[in-house]
Design a protein around this ligand. Structure first.
Ligand SMILES: [Ca+2]
Ligand SMILES: [Ca+2]
Ligand SMILES: [Ca+2]
Ligand SMILES: [Ca+2]
Length: 314
């Protein structure tokens, strides 16, 4: 598999690495509860949090000298008793989650609410997809206010290896402009996109725990998106990662054309976005597609069976 050193920081940031992580040392899995049992508990916790907390919106509206443009969330009480709660500011989106995603015994599809706030829209014209590599700062918090993970400097993260709520939030932000690499190794980016996301455990680690993050824990993230690589092609097979989401569900980890062949050969299971030979026929995907001069891709289907060559094993 192609692996640019560009992406290594993303790979070692284990805390936001996504669900298929039972093979990561230190991660334990508890017997899973049905989605329909956990969803109402998480939702009640989140709505109570949003109605009793606010963020430093006044500083963003009228930035004081030297303001660091960091989102700070605090309780509505005492001197802050008149602040506007997050519940009146945040937008929400319904995400249907299938129990099969977590391999749960109780078969169901349960609607979950994803909450997000665009604190500052970035000035780049477009947003990354959930399949892109992103340059960002982030902080993850429990709803009791405790931070469990953060990067205060810009780091690269490849979104398909992070949790779903995180991917979803970042794909709503726009990046900044004017990336300046400072002599001390840090990066300064003006007009970056800043967001606040709160989401249920089914969009995070669900029944898995990773030491500091317990199972079934709803999470909050603040993110500053500096830049991203448009049409990131993680496996360098010529097809942008987002176009390797064959079933179009916004999840790149569940499209693996050669899953059976990989399993029977005791190879690592690589989803198509991370697999440079998607059909396991020994011919790299890059040689089974045509990249046109304008950047568009043609997918030849030599035997005319409706399956493009790069996914066709015969
Ligand atoms: Ca998919
Ligand atoms: Ca594969
Ligand atoms: Ca591929
Ligand atoms: Ca192939």
């Amino acid at each position: 598999m192609f692996m640019n050193k560009f992406f290594l920081p993303a790979l070692v940031t284990l805390l936001v690495i996504s669900c298929k992580k039972n093979d990561i040392v230190g991660v334990e899995t508890v017997p899973p509860s049905p989605l329909s049992e956990i969803q109402p508990e998480n939702e009640a916790e989140i709505t109570a949090f949003l109605s009793t907390h606010f963020y430093n919106y006044e500083s963003f509206e009228n930035p004081p000298a030297g303001f660091d443009f960091k989102v700070r969330v605090d309780t509505i009480a005492g001197d802050n008793k008149d602040k506007t709660p997050l519940s009146q500011m945040m937008q929400s989106q319904t995400i249907s989650i299938d129990s099969d995603y977590y391999g749960l015994e109780t078969k169901e599809v349960v609607d979950h609410t994803f909450y997000y706030l665009i604190v500052r829209e970035g000035s780049a014209p477009l947003s990354p997809t959930v399949g892109d590599s992103t340059l960002l700062k982030y902080q993850g918090n429990f709803l009791n206010g405790k931070a469990f993970d953060a990067s205060n400097t810009f780091i690269w993260q490849y979104l398909p290896f992070t949790i779903r709520g995180y991917q979803l939030g970042i794909s709503k932000l726009k990046a900044g402009l004017n990336v300046i690499n400072n002599s001390d190794g840090t990066t300064t980016i003006s007009d970056s996109g800043i967001g606040l996301f709160v989401f249920p455990s089914a969009l995070a680690y669900y029944n898995s725990s990773s030491g500091v993050i317990p199972a079934y824990e709803p999470l909050m993230f603040t993110v500053e998106l500096g830049a991203y690589i448009k049409d990131t092609d993680y496996d360098n097979d010529g097809i942008p990662s987002i176009l390797e989401d064959l079933n179009g569900d916004g999840i790149l980890g569940n499209d693996n054309t050669d899953a059976e062949e990989e399993a029977s050969a005791f190879q690592q299971a690589l989803a198509n976005h991370a697999d440079a030979d998607d059909d396991n026929d020994g011919i790299p995907t890059r040689e089974e597609i045509i990249i046109n001069a304008d950047g568009s891709i043609t997918y030849p289907d030599t035997d005319g069976d409706g399956i493009p060559d790069y996914l066709d094993k015969d």
